[in-house]
Structures are given as C-alpha cells and as structure tokens.
Ligand binder design. Structure first.
Ligand code: ZN
Length: 567
C-alpha cells in the first residue's frame, strides 16, 4: 500500500508530514484546522522523513557494529548524537558542560560453581550439587562472598500495602537468609505484578526487615516458563550494572543480595525437617491469589560465591533546550530513548551477517528524539519548561544507563516533571494509533490523549497486558524515582499488530533488524510529530504532571504526586 493512498484514507495531519521538510511547502492551514477543530491547534512543525532516515542510516550502519554499551561502536554513536545536538543548538547537559555523561559499568558473572551446604537440626551438613540442586548468583559488589545463616521461607516475599499483603507477617528474618518463590501471584495486575516480582523490589523488602541474603525457588509454573536447566546453560552470561562511588556495582538493597537459585531437588534438601510443607506451599502458590504462608526452616545454609568482573566505560548523551518561563524553566521534561543495542552476534558462521544493527531497536527512537529536538529549536515559541534530550546507554543490559541518570541526574531530581520514553517504535506501516504504557496512571497520559486528538489518531490501551511493558523500558527508572512517565509506541491498528508480531518473531534482536526492512519514514515523521506535540503540551501546561490519585506506582514512589515531594 502506498503512502499516497493512506493520506486519502487518514487524516490531514498525515498529509502535513507526508513531505520531507527540506523540500516541503508548509501545510495548508485549512487542512490542519479540519482535524484540530476540537482539540486545539497543532504546531507548525513538520518533521522530516528524510532527516529521520539520515539519522537511522548512520546509526544502523554496520560500521557501528551493533552499538553495544562499552564498545567503540556505541561511542561513535554517542559522538554522533552529541554532534547532532550541537548542530541543533541544543546545549550540553551532561558532565561538566559536556554532552556526555560518563556511565561507569561493571560486567559480572559467576567464577566457578560456588559452594552451598545445608546443615540440619541434627548438625549434619549436606553439600548441594551445582547445576542439579543450586545455581550461584554472581555479585556486583564482591568477588568473594560467604554468607552463613539460618533460613526462613517467606512465600513469594511480596509486600503490597495496596492489597493489604505482607508475606513477612509474623516472620522474624533479622540476620537470616530468606528463601522465596520467584514471581508474584497471577491475580495481581500485570504491570504491578512485574514490579512486585522484580528481585530488586523483593530484596528491598527483605533488607528492610534485616535479612542478609535471598535464595530463590521457582514455582511449578515458573519452572515451566524458565526451567532451572536453562539457568544452568545461561549461567556464564555477563550481567551489567553501573559502578557507584566506591567503584563497585550499584545494586539495590546490597544488604540482602541474591545468593542462589534452587531446583526442586535442592529445595527439598533445604526444607528437610521443616515445620511446614513445601508441597502445600507450592499448591497455594499456583492459585490466583497465591497466599503462601511462610515459616522458619530447620536448616542453616552456608554459601560461598566467587564472581568474575570486568569494568567498562560508556556514556549517556544529554542535551537541554532551556525553557522560556523564568519560574517553570527550572523544571524539566525528559525525552529519552536508548542508543545502545546488542552488538555483534557471538559464534556467527563465516560469511553470516552477524551485526545486530538495531534499526528499529532503537535507532528509530533516537532519530525521532533528534527530530523532535529540531522541532523545538525551529519553533518561534520556546517551551516554558526545559526539555532534556536523553540518549541512554546499556538499556539492553537491564535499563542501566537510564538507572544511572535517574540516580545521578545532571539536573535537579525534584524538578524532573515528566519522562516520555521511546523504545522500538515499529515504523513499518502507516500507523493510525499510538500506545502509551502508563497513560492511565498519571496526567502525562492526558497530554498524550490531547496530542493524539489534535493529530486525529487514536490512543489505544495496552495490547499486550501480560508483558507488563510499563516496567520494561527506560522510563521505568524514572518511575522508580517518582517521575510521572509514559512509554510511547506505535499502535496495533491499521496493520500494526501484524507488523509488530512479525517483527518480534523474525527481526527483533537479530541482524535482520536493519535498514533492509521496509521502513516507513513518513510514519516515522508522524511519530516524531506525536512526540513533539506531547512534549510541547507537557512543557507548557500550567501545572506539572502528577500521578493519578491512588495509582499503584504513584503511591509506591511519589506519595504526593511527583518526585519533589517523594522521600
Ligand atoms: Zn532491544
């Protein structure tokens, strides 16, 4: 289907972005009025398909070798983005007047098999077998770690005041190792479940109660989703976090580190002689409500772990478009996208294309970000709040660069008013709707809705609720700091569902995510306009965005509505 026909079918807003701006005539005012009568005027910014294509062509080139964080390919990409900021007149907002914010990284993985012994009430010690009974967890903070303590089973280890749930109720875990089930009960809303299931969230609760370590055990359905044996096979994969001021890995709740995961066989040894039944606990865990009562075990555990580490350097690229309002300019709207991708495929056959170019993951998001910046710089009316352009590193390693910025912002944390994140917009079809994960949770969603209305496109609900995508890209690191945030994506209408599912199956995290895909640069221009409109509204609104009253994430991270009032 040609783009021309889409224009006839869809709104005039499409027509406005149908022409590359370099050669474009301004959109006809009447055409714009037609779609915007109800929702207020669209800006006069006409994003350029050609410019977006140019950015993507550079960033997804083989020369950048897949832009993996900590590699030269990534650094070239970062320099490119910094140069583009400079060309646009976007001011540096990284470290010490530079565009780059240094992000020190540490890669770590188990060095050897580790050792784990279980001592029963009778004083008899049983050594667990590596790969059969247990898998050691590598440590970001210590290359050698030994922990020895009594053990308490805490069910799922979930604490959720909004559901009056505390799996630690009645249990004393001070100075003990807690053993907990992976995941969280199925009845919990998927985004909230993803948050409550996160080892970071769970370890923070364990640490708060004085536990000294965490051992994880799969439920039967968890074992089906990710077998223990798969963990054994993947054990040598590097994990990555950023380094803190002590030059060791920054992990949440360092007082209660993850120590090991257990198989069912290993769990049976750990639970030997316990007052409660592991089988009964597993049966309860599988019920939707999953109310599993914990109990102290009769055993004591000793775990010895050795970790191999490698230090690496990478950087975020940070620019600012200063706001015009003397008061509001102190506040920032952060537009983010990850610049890194997954690098070169290991063990490729000779002659095989091994470079993961990451054209849609996420050169497209970065290109959009740059084009939105151009919109702001070209506009005669400056935004009232300041706009931060944030290209982050190491998203593919676990949202690491965004976590670094969110914890070490180069702007005042309390003044970060909102984050709009772009990750992997599938720009392969003329989209007619957008999805904004988190839209119903804060007033940022209202700005998305207004922008969509102005442009005559739809704002659709989460088409993949089981994935809990609200917790799976960089904006979530801002959510954790209390910042109202959304993650914007192209929608499933008008061929989107097929394009998305096909992309996921055949191109995602694969060398085929390259420029040979039928990328619809007109759709890319339209996506940039949506993002620009959202940012403009957020920047100019009289009040900063807030979490919706009673929202789960707002309650967890910003009880008074935004980060300035957070703890
Ligand atoms: Zn990815």
């Amino acid at each position: 289907m040609s783009f021309i026909r889409r224009v006839a079918l869809a709104s005039a807003a499409l027509l406005m972005v149908a022409q590359p701006v370099l050669a474009a005539t301004p959109p006809k005012a009447a055409a714009v009025q037609k779609v915007t009568k109800k929702a207020g005027p669209v800006s006069d910014f006409a994003p350029s398909a050609d410019i977006i294509k140019t950015h993507m062509t550079f960033l997804a080139d083989d020369l950048l070798e897949g832009r993996e964080a900590g590699t030269r390919g990534y650094d070239i990409a970062a320099n490119y983005v910094a140069a583009q900021y400079a060309l646009l007149g976007v001011k540096p907002a990284g470290d010490n007047g530079a565009y780059l914010q240094r992000v020190p990284l540490i890669s770590f993985r188990p060095a050897g098999e580790g050792a784990m012994t279980v001592t029963g009430a009778d004083g008899k010690a049983v050594a667990l077998t590596f790969g059969e009974d247990f898998l050691p967890t590598p440590q970001a903070q210590a290359t050698d770690l030994t922990v020895e303590a009594p053990v308490v089973f805490v069910g799922y280890g979930v604490v959720d005041p909004t559901r009056n749930r505390d799996d630690y109720a009645g249990l004393d875990v001070k100075g003990k190792i807690v053993v907990m089930l992976g995941g969280a009960p199925a009845s919990i809303q998927t985004e909230e479940r993803a948050h409550l299931s996160s080892p970071n969230t769970k370890r923070a609760e364990a640490e708060k109660r004085g536990a000294v370590g965490v051992i994880t055990l799969s439920t039967p359905s968890g074992e089906k989703r990710r077998p223990f044996k798969a963990g054994v096979a993947g054990m040598k994969a590097w994990r990555v976090v950023w380094r803190n001021a002590q030059d060791v890995g920054a992990i949440r709740a360092p007082g209660a580190p993850s120590l090991a995961s257990l198989s069912q066989a290993g769990a049976a040894k750990l639970f030997a002689g316990a007052a409660g039944s592991l089988d009964a606990a597993m049966a309860e865990a599988e019920k939707p409500e999953g109310v599993v009562k914990g109990f102290p075990l009769a055993t004591k555990v000793k775990i010895e772990l050795k970790t191999e580490v490698e230090k690496r350097e990478s950087s975020n690229v940070v620019g600012v478009i200063e706001g015009s309002d003397p008061t509001l300019k102190a506040q920032t709207i952060i537009l983010s996208a990850h610049l890194d991708h997954i690098g070169i495929k290991p063990n490729a056959k000779p002659g095989e294309d091994a470079i993961n170019n990451g054209a849609l993951d996420n050169a497209s998001g970065i290109a959009t970000l740059l084009e939105v910046a151009r919109g702001f710089k070209n506009s005669k009316v400056r935004p009232k709040r300041s706009i931060i352009l944030l290209a982050v590193t190491a998203e593919e390693k676990g949202l690491v660069g965004s976590d670094y910025f969110a914890n070490n912002p180069t702007v005042k944390k309390a003044d970060i008013a909102a984050n709009v994140n772009l990750d992997m917009p599938v720009l392969l079809y003329p989209f007619t709707d957008v999805i904004a994960f988190g839209a119903n949770r804060s007033t940022v969603g209202d700005a998305v809705k207004h922008a969509a209305d102005r442009l005559g496109i739809g704002l659709s609900g989460d088409p993949l609720p089981e994935e809990g995508l609200f917790t799976r890209s960089d904006h979530y690191r801002f959510v954790e700091q209390g910042v109202p945030s959304v993650f914007l994506m192209t929608g499933f209408q008008n061929g989107g569902e097929k394009a998305f599912t096909t992309f996921l199956k055949t191109n995602y995290h694969h060398p085929a995510d390259d420029l040979k895909q039928p990328i619809d640069y007109q759709a890319a221009a339209k996506f940039a306009l949506v993002n620009y409109e959202i940012a403009r509204e957020l920047a100019n609104a009289p009040a900063r965005p807030t979490w919706k009253k009673g929202d789960f994430f707002g309650a967890a991270f910003a009880p008074a509505g935004h980060p300035s009032a957070a703890k």
